[in-house]
Write a protein that binds this ligand. Structure first.
Ligand SMILES: [Zn+2]
Length: 234
């Protein structure tokens, strides 16, 4: 069972595990997940009323763990928040509507929600939108960056998009290029760098001198792009 607690002008999500125990326990994990262990048969109302009483403490714990995660600032998915798209900042606008859709207009990303506006729904629609855009954008980038390989007779790798915590991309032996969805936040030249780096693995398995010589030839300014990527999404 999961849910959301609204408190003041903020909110947090929680997960409930019904277990064989006598009392309720609330914990905030370092990944900022709020976990409630409740005795079997505990009703949602009881759980939520307890969470509301302890909301201040829960939010304090979330803030505490947040400071150790500078790479993923807590997104609240509310109007006014800034979101990155291809290296540029856009203001998020969440509006109630009779359809669910995401649009980009005049420097804003507008999320229209049919029904109750919940951060988790906004986040979900936004992610779908990023993913749809990523499929087109990454594919076009891949075709552009792969010119040299295609001339040499290599086939174009299949593209796969994933949310990954620790890497920007990877190339598998069956020629599938996996790119991190988060790259859609990065400037275009940085996306090209990641793709070119992965493409070089078509010829070199490792990060040997030969690999870097080849990368350098295809993209002489790759180091600059790499630094920019690290700064942009730090
Ligand atoms: Zn590599």
């Amino acid at each position: 069972m999961t849910g959301i607690i609204h408190f003041g002008n903020t909110s947090f999500a929680y997960d409930v595990f019904h277990v064989s125990r006598k009392t309720m326990e609330i914990a905030v994990h370092p990944n900022k997940q709020v976990v409630v262990k409740a005795p079997l048969g505990t009703l949602r109302d009881e759980i939520e009323s307890r969470l509301k009483k302890r909301a201040r403490w829960v939010l304090h714990q979330i803030d505490f763990f947040q400071q150790f995660e500078p790479r993923t600032p807590a997104r609240r998915f509310v109007s006014g928040e800034t979101h990155l798209y291809l290296g540029r900042q856009y203001r998020l606008k969440v509006v109630r509507s009779n359809t669910n859709q995401v649009k980009m207009t005049r420097g804003r990303i507008v999320v229209e929600i049919d029904g109750e506006i919940l951060p988790e729904r906004v986040s979900e629609y936004l992610e779908d939108w990023y993913r749809t855009r990523a499929r087109q954008y990454f594919q076009a980038c891949l075709e552009k960056c792969a010119q040299d390989f295609i001339r040499k007779g290599y086939g174009l790798p299949n593209l796969q998009i994933k949310k990954m915590l620790t890497r920007w991309g990877s190339l598998s032996r069956n020629a599938t290029l996996t790119l991190n969805l988060s790259l859609m936040h990065a400037p275009p030249e940085c996306i090209e760098y990641v793709i070119t780096h992965e493409l070089c693995h078509i010829k070199y398995d490792d990060h040997s001198l030969g690999f870097y010589r080849y990368l350098e030839r295809l993209m002489p300014d790759w180091e600059k792009r790499k630094r920019k990527l690290e700064l942009a999404l730090a």
